[in-house]
Design a protein around this ligand. Structure first.
Ligand SMILES: NC(=O)C1=CN([C@@H]2O[C@H](COP(=O)(O)OP(=O)(O)OC[C@H]3O[C@@H](n4cnc5c(N)ncnc54)[C@H](OP(=O)(O)O)[C@@H]3O)[C@@H](O)[C@H]2O)[C@@H](O)CC1
Ligand SMILES: [K+]
Length: 505
């Protein structure tokens, strides 16, 4: 699914009205009607509704919703905020209709003292500002936003299109924004919904299709995308019937050090479960028995050094389709040196994670040696160590995309919506996964999966999109069976098979 900017959403709106048989008032009726359907489905008539409307088209949506709920016999107060702006044409149209039939249900509010007393079990609908917000909310309107937020623990707050005060494409940190329990948004996700800094503001997001022009949607280029199942079906490659283990590549995993062999084992198991043909693990001498016993399907090569690996560059030759490096590796100087040498001799796309990323952040010039098309998988702290801090999440997304272009790498930034930046600057968000995966070893599993997919000849972009999707999907299956609390990284691996089956069989 494409993620459009606020300006593009306005364009899509205008394009639809110009090219499809729908007027602007009808499109508003359709969009707001979808919200009303959702509200009617969710809340019984015992809930009194307070619908706060601004004077643009978001407010117009609020008026349509108010009218519809009144028609259905609900108790509704339409709270119209009179802040001096000229109302939009569609707002005026639906205001007149409401005024004609339900004048008694309209309440005009011109300052904070006009904020209504809310009875128990009231539902607040926020239709104050949507994509047209062009500056932070100030003055008494900000007071209304605070008053609504004060009700967050007592009443359900449903935002229409966006929580008022939030901008689709820019940070609103430290400005007044509605804290919604639900956001009912039209047709597309907005970038703002996918960034951690807004997690407490948007609540649960419902995307409601409103029939915007498919022509516009298909032909308008965007930077941001939300990965979906449909996309995975175009990526997944079923196995040929006459396949043998040579068909699915030989991967080298460079991982583990004294006290951190678990990371190497998890990564190896995940790589095998992702379908690699053959796997060799380069591990420190101390980890040899551990790996051999924990994962008999993997071959092991022990380093000369006991506690960490320092000679893996000697291994890295054309036998290996790809290399996954980093989980539990440690950052000993000898390890860093071996990594540096590996980067001069091995030129295929590889997967770089954890301590291998930490080595890159200590020796940033090595970043330029990383083979084009490789996949880096930092969490936010590792990302900051590599590329520096950002003032907010929007700037971090810019930086992510810029660095992927500059270095010609895939950079996967872990999070609730993991963001994957590509060498052409495009960024894909992954929506699978859950907070149960915020647990030690989860990243090592991802490295194993990505390495396994690259070895099977998935192109790096396909591998990183499919790998992130499967990792999250398996995590969701594990959480459904075991709970988010009780699941461990190993459970992600043991649900990978079910994830493949559910998604592709
Ligand atoms: N996408 C679609 O296809 C569809 C979209 N629809 C709906 O339209 C919504 C977008 O409508 P919109 O463009 O009229 O903008 P909206 O957010 O209502 O506000 C604009 C008003 O706010 C004002 N204003 C701005 N900032 C301000 C501030 N800080 N403090 C005070 N005032 C401020 C601004 O004034 P200005 O600064 O321009 O003078 C203007 O008066 C969209 O979110 C969705 O709900 C559906 O109905 C149909 C299908
Ligand atoms: K709103």
């Amino acid at each position: 699914m494409k993620i459009f900017t606020a300006a593009q959403i306005r364009e899509a709106d205008a394009f639809t009205i110009a090219h499809e048989p729908v007027s602007s008032t009808d499109l508003m009726a359709r969009a707001a009607g979808k919200c009303a359907d959702w509200l009617l489905d969710r809340f019984a008539p015992v809930h009194p509704f307070f619908i706060f409307c601004g004077k643009g088209n978001n407010g117009g949506d609020g008026l349509v919703i108010a009218h519809r709920l009144l028609e259905e016999g609900y108790q509704v107060t339409a709270c119209l905020l009179e802040y001096g702006n000229k109302a939009s044409e569609d707002y005026i149209y639906y205001y007149r209709r409401l005024q004609q039939q339900y004048a008694g249900r309209i309440r005009e509010i011109a300052d904070v003292t006009g904020f209504p007393e809310l009875p128990a079990s009231a539902v607040i609908v926020d239709a104050i500002f949507g994509t047209g917000l062009n500056k932070p909310i100030e003055g008494w309107l900000a007071g209304i936003i605070h008053k609504i937020n004060d009700q967050h623990g007592r009443h359900t707050i449903v935002a229409i299109d966006m929580p008022s005060g939030l901008m689709a494409d820019a940070s609103c940190r430290n400005t007044p924004v509605i804290q919604a329990h639900y956001t009912l948004s039209f047709e597309f996700h907005k970038l703002a919904f996918l960034l951690p800094e807004n997690a407490a503001l948007v609540g649960e997001v419902q995307i409601l299709p409103i029939g915007l022009s498919p022509d516009y949607i298909t032909h308008t280029p965007v930077r941001y995308h939300l990965a979906d199942k449909e996309m995975m079906h175009t990526i997944y490659m079923p196995r040929p019937a006459f396949a043998h283990k040579g068909t699915f590549g030989h991967a080298l995993l460079v991982a583990g050090s004294y006290g951190k062999m678990g990371a190497a084992v998890l990564s190896a198991k995940a790589c095998l479960r992702a379908g690699v043909g053959l796997l060799t693990c380069h591990i420190p001498r101390c980890g040899y028995d551990i790996m051999q016993i924990s994962e008999p399907a993997a071959m092991s090569v022990a380093d000369e050094v006991h506690e960490h690996s320092a000679h893996f560059h000697e291994q890295a030759d054309a036998r290996y389709k790809t290399i996954g490096i980093g989980p539990g590796l440690g950052t000993a100087t000898a390890t860093a040196r071996s990594f540096e040498k590996l980067l001069t001799c091995y030129k295929r796309p590889m997967v770089i994670d954890a301590d291998a990323l930490n080595i890159l952040s200590v020796y940033p010039s090595l970043l330029y040696q990383v083979p084009a098309g490789s996949i880096l998988t930092p969490h936010p702290k590792e990302f900051e160590r590599l590329f520096g801090p950002s003032a907010n999440d929007f700037e971090r997304m810019e930086l992510l995309s810029k660095q992927a272009v500059r270095l010609q790498l895939y950079i996967l930034l872990k999070g609730r919506y993991t963001a994957i930046a590509c060498p052409d600057g495009a960024v894909y968000f992954n929506a699978t996964g859950n907070p149960g995966m915020a647990t030690g070893g989860s990243g090592d599993v991802l490295t194993g999966i990505l390495t396994g997919l690259l070895a099977q000849d998935y192109a790096p972009k396909a591998a990183v999109l499919l790998g992130a999707w499967l990792h999250g999907y398996a995590g969701d299956l594990a959480a459904a069976k075991l709970s988010q609390e009780a699941m461990t990284a190993g459970d992600i691996i043991s649900h990978l098979g079910a994830a493949f089956l559910e998604c592709f069989y």
